[in-house]
Each structure stands twice: as C-alpha cells, then as structure tokens.
Design a protein around this ligand. Structure first.
Ligand code: SF4
Length: 681
C-alpha cells in the first residue's frame, strides 16, 4: 500500500522540504515539496540520495564490539550500552570525569540530541564536551558577538549589493541561490571574494581573487578606501561605535597598493569593490567558513563585521539583519557544577570557552599524547569522523588508539570508527523528530517540526542513545528521561506552541516580525552598548583589541624558508555539493558526480612541471604526504593548489596542522598552508 509523508531534510542546515512516498516499508520516491517556503521544491543531490542512504548495503544494523584479536563482533544494544557504561564508569573512577570527552559533529549541528549529549556531560562531570563548532561557524559568530552582540543574517532578498566572502552557496547551501538570483535579476550587484573562480564568482560583477588566508588584510584595505574617501556613515559611527579613531590609525597602513602585495588582489579592484559596496546601500556581506579557517580568521571576521557597521548596514532591510531568533527553552544544564578541572583548550582559548562552554577538540590529541593539561582517556564520538575532518590526522591517528576507550555512533564503519572499541549504528534524521528553525535569510523566520517518518531496523536514534546512556548510568535525577516529543514540547513552552500544532502546519509558524534598528531602543548587546571597533573584552583577555592582520602562520610571507621548500599555497576544506565533509562517498549517485579525490593545479603551472590531467602525484606538506591525481584548471592562481577534504583514499588532513591555530578560537589554518607537488613515475 502506497503512502506519502512530508518531512524536512536533516542533512544540512538549509532544511529543505521533503516528500517521501512509501510502498509499505520501502521508500519508492523522494521529492522536494513544491510549496515549501524555504526550498520551493528543491532537493540537492544529497537530499535526493536519501533512499540510497537508507538502503546502503554497508549500513551498520547492529552494534559491533572489537574483540581482543581486533575482530568485529555483533552485540545486542543492551550489551553495547552496558559496555559503554562500564567503560566510562571505570574512566571516571580511575582518572576523574574530565578524562572523558564527548564530541558531537556536523550531523548534530542544530539538532536536539546534541543538547542532550551536553546535558549528559554536565551530569557525568566532564567539562570536555565539544562540537563541530571547534572548526566551523563559531569563530565568525564570536567575532560578530564581540563586535556588536549578534551574528547578523544577510538580507539578500532586499540588498542592492551582496558580498559573498569565502562563501559559495551554490555548493554549501543551494536553496539560497534562488534568493540571491532574484536579487541579481532585480539589479543587485554581486561581489565575490574567493581564491577560486567558482561558478558563483564567474557571475559576479566583481571577483576579488584573493591569496588564501589574507581576508583580514583585504578587509582593512577596503576599510582604508571607505574611510579615506568618506564613504562611511559618519552619523552612525559618531553615535554608535567606540574606537573608530584607532581603526583610522590601523588602516593607514593598508592602502590598496600595500594590500595588493599581501592579497594579490589588484589595487584598482580593491578601490572599485570598496566604492561599489559603500555606495550601494543597503548592502550585505556573508563571510563563509573560508574566512574562519585561517590562523588570523577571527580578526578577519572582526574586520568584515566592522565594515558592515561603519557603512551603516546593520539591522536594516537589505543589510545585516539582527534576527529575530526564536526563544526556546534550553535543554542544556547551565548551572550544574562539574569538578574544578578546566576544559581542554579553556586555558589556551579562554574566550572560545566563554562563548561556547565547550572544549576545543582540535587539541584533544595533545591531551591524549602528552597529558596536557591532563590525560584524556576516553571519548564518545557522535555524528563525526574526526580522522577525516580534524586538522593533523597523523597526530590524531597516533592519539586515538592510545585512548583506553573509544565509542563511535555512526551510520557506517568510518575511518574513525575502525579505531573504536565499539561502534553503535545511528538511525538517520528520518527516524528522529526534530524542530527546524528557518533563518530570516529565507524570508519571515519560521519554526516547524521535521516529523519522524521512518523506523530503521537495528539502529537507534542519537536521542535514544543518549537517553539510554543517561538511564543506565543513573542520571535520571538530573536528566528527566524524556522521549523526543516530550522534550520538544518542553522546548516549545516559551512560545506557547506544541508538537501537535506544528504537525498540523508542516510549513511551520512565522514566529516574529522583524524590527529595524532595534539597537536604537536597547543599544547593542556589548559592554558599552555600542559597536566595539576597539574591544576592551579582547584587550582584557590579552588579544589585540583592534582587527589586526597577521599573515597565515605558514605562508610565503611569514615562513619564506619553508615556502622555498613548499612553494604552493595549499587550500582545503571547501564544501562540495555531492558530499558533506566526509559523508556520502559510498552513495553511488553522489560518487558518480565526484568519483575521486584530485589536486587542482593551474594548467600553466602544470605545463611547467610536466604534469597532465590524471597524472599521479605526491602532495607533501611539512607534516606528511598523500598520493592523488592531478586535475588541471585555470580557475585558481598558479601559486595555489586545491585539495578537497573528507576522502579516506587521500586524506588531506594528514597535510594540515593542529599546532599553529587561531590564537583566539583555536581554529585551524586549513585554507592556507604550504605544500609541494612531487611527480610520480
Ligand atoms: S541542501 Fe540538500 S542536504 Fe541540505 S537540506 Fe536541502 S536537500 Fe538536504
């Protein structure tokens, strides 16, 4: 018997509306919902491949435990949970609760179970809860919050000038392109800042083809032109900013000709972009993860934030919107005391900890291998494949087997799972009920419910896994054993909605209307109530209070001797439409789109080196080397090479670094490292 249900795709945060037709228990068809307010019928290749994900022959359908001979043995869920409880209890009793870390990866971003996992950590007593925010999104969030109290949302629809800075939504959030395209058809201008001529960059009015890692210098150069040519909003600056005079001193050192030498962007293009952006109000900028994944990424994001402020583009239609955001009841426990150990990374990156309450996962290897600040003995990894997605995979691969206990919750036997003591099969988003909250970037903000529409035999939803663990460890007194629906109802209480009501409205409820320039009544949510160009908070923590530029920790400028040996600037970590970081390479329809990992080399450079398309090469960084094939391109600067991340066959994270990290956030410099290419016979 056929039936059709609707839900929301939970793979990435775009939240596309999905329609699934079943024949009894079998998925027949997956389509987009034509009337969905966010995606309007669109599903990207990953969304369309969900049937393959459900039916994948290599899906784990039972927990598996490693025997003393290193073989995998199927065990029941009860045995598996008991094994986890036994090990984490032993670790707590032997070393203290801080010796256990829990990491929830990209699969848990914005998902309710991540809150439950965090609650578990608070009850267990470990401060070491971490998320994908260790290397994604949080750096720019902090930069904006420290500068003006909120991470704004670009209002593409109503903007006259859109700046996509290290951001390519056609790969990372395709439903957004519909909104951007409509704005461009209306006559809005598009500036793209990207080292690569992406499909989006090719459509831009102005493409600033920047040297990877130098976004901070470019932002200061643009500010130089905007300020020197009086293109800024003087009234706003006088009324609503602190430290503008010190910014003026700083940007004096960044005239376009100097910035051209640093960034490789022509001075005339820097001038043109500054004038176009400042003279096309309202204008909006979205800094992508490429801004963050640099050793100066936090300050670069600050400089971009300041540019939006001084041009008067904050909290206006068509500019940088300040919400609103939905006020749900939290599921995390804020006030419970754990033992007095600091989280890993709390001493090195105190502001990161202050803004997230999370440990910094990028330095877990150090804690495991060197016992700093104390030994880490156990980990539970949920919805993440650190070996392919964290920096310096070589060090991590050395570290993870030294743990006394590693549990991985995943759909598949990933590279990280192979190192585990136990692997627990997670159900997909189709088997979870989850709230979705559409960003104001897609129009009036809505809250809705992605309904549980499927039951995956042998698998457990992440929510149920954490709930089981809480029950077995005996934390019921701290963590009520809520099922997902009851937990969702608790979260909805402050806005007087229930899951039942959301079920009746599959396109969700518009929860608020936007108010422009809310700061005029309540000030900015900063210590001074103003936009803090000069941040006393940063100064207090020993960081530069101004958005200073520093060249990448490893670059032709900062380490010329190293660059003589490793002459290419290596950039990695860009999103790909068919995959999500390390996920889905085993889906046949997605694999056909991108069959193998390739290093992109400019065709002129390749000719000089005697390289042809498809030649096998070794790419070496100061840390390691990987083997892969060459793809010729003229979309990048001849001094730059690109390697995608997430491939087990050629794991680029063996080349990346976990020592020189952004000093404020601990983010890695994945977008700008040094490498060389060695031709193989
Ligand atoms: S863009 Fe693709 S992966 Fe993301 S929600 Fe939409 S269909 Fe799912």
């Amino acid at each position: 018997m056929k039936s059709t249900v609707t839900t929301t795709c939970g793979i990435c945060s775009a939240g596309c509306g999905m329609k699934i037709t079943f024949d009894m228990e079998r998925i027949l068809k997956i389509e987009g919902q034509a009337d969905h307010p966010v995606s309007r019928g669109y599903l990207c290749p990953k969304g369309r491949a969900v049937k393959e994900l459900i039916e994948a022959p290599d899906r784990l359908k039972s927990p598996v435990k490693k025997t003393s001979q290193g073989q995998w043995q199927e065990v029941s869920w009860r045995e598996a949970i008991d094994f986890v409880v036994q090990n984490i209890t032993r670790i707590k009793n032997s070393y203290g609760p801080e010796a256990l870390a829990v990491h929830v990866g990209q699969a848990g971003v914005g998902k309710q179970f991540a809150h439950y996992a965090e609650r578990f950590c608070r009850a267990y007593g470990t401060p070491n809860f971490s998320t994908a925010g260790s290397h994604c999104h949080i750096s720019k969030m902090m930069a904006n919050v420290i500068t003006y109290g909120v991470l704004p949302i670009p209002d593409y629809t109503n903007s006259n000038c859109i700046v996509l800075w290290g951001y390519n939504p056609s790969s990372s959030c395709p439903p957004l392109m519909d909104f951007i395209n409509k704005a461009l058809l209306r006559g809005a201008r598009l500036i793209v800042v990207d080292p690569k001529k992406t499909a989006t960059a090719k459509r831009a009015n102005l493409h600033l083809q920047i040297r990877p890692g130098t976004g901070g210098a470019l932002a200061l150069g643009l500010l130089h032109v905007i300020v020197k040519e009086n293109l800024y909003d003087q009234k706003f600056v006088e009324s609503w900013t602190t430290g503008f005079d010190r910014l003026v001193d700083l940007i004096t050192e960044y005239p376009p000709e100097t910035v051209e030498k640093i960034t490789w962007v022509k001075a005339e293009n820097i001038r043109e972009a500054a004038v176009l952006y400042a003279q096309s109000p309202p204008a909006c900028i979205y800094p992508g993860i490429a801004v963050e994944l640099n050793t100066n990424g936090f300050q670069a994001a600050r400089a971009i934030a300041i540019m939006q402020a001084v041009t008067g583009n904050l909290d206006i239609t068509g500019g940088a919107l300040f919400g609103p955001s939905v006020k749900l009841a939290p599921l995390t426990l804020k006030n419970i005391k754990w033992n007095n150990k600091t989280a890993i990374g709390q001493n090195e990156y105190p502001l990161f900890f202050k803004h997230t309450n999370n440990a910094q996962a990028n330095i877990y290897s150090r804690a495991i291998l060197e016992g700093k600040p104390y030994p880490l003995k156990g980990m539970i990894v949920s919805g993440s494949n650190p070996l392919l997605t964290w920096p310096n995979a070589g060090k991590l691969k050395e570290a993870l087997p030294r743990l006394e206990f590693l549990a991985v919750v995943d759909h598949f036997m990933t590279d990280t799972a192979r190192l585990a003591d136990i692997v627990l099969p997670a159900a997909t988003f189709l088997s979870r009920g989850e709230l979705w909250d559409s960003s104001p970037v897609f129009g009036p903000p809505r809250i809705g419910l992605a309904e549980k529409v499927y039951r995956e035999e042998g698998c457990m939803s992440d929510w149920d896994f954490w709930r089981e663990l809480v029950e077995k460890v005996g934390y019921k007194y701290i963590l009520p054993l809520l099922d997902e629906e009851s937990a969702t109802n608790c979260r909805l209480k402050p806005i007087s909605l229930t899951t039942e009501e959301l079920k009746q409205n599959p396109h969700g409820f518009v929860y608020a209307e936007r108010i422009e320039k809310s700061y005029e009544t309540s000030g900015f949510k900063t210590p001074t109530g103003k936009v803090e160009i000069y941040s006393e908070e940063l100064e207090k923590y020993g960081y530069d209070p101004l958005p200073v530029y520093k060249d990448p920790a490893e670059s032709p400028e900062s380490t010329p001797e190293k660059a003589a040996e490793y002459p290419f600037v290596l950039s990695t970590g860009a999103r790909n439409l068919g995959y999500l970081h390390s996920r889905y390479r085993n889906m046949p329809s997605l694999r056909r789109l991108n069959p193998e990992p390739l290093v992109e080399v400019h065709k002129d450079k390749a000719k000089d080196m005697g390289l042809k398309d498809g030649d096998a090469v070794l790419v070496e960084s100061p840390r390691a080397s990987i083997e892969l094939k060459v793809k010729l391109t003229d979309d990048i600067d001849p001094r730059v090479i690109y390697i995608p991340h997430g491939w087990s066959e050629a794991n680029v994270n063996y080349l990346t670094d976990s020592e020189d990290l952004d000093p404020v956030t601990g983010f890695p410099g994945d977008r700008s490292l040094l490498a060389r290419i060695v031709k193989m016979n």
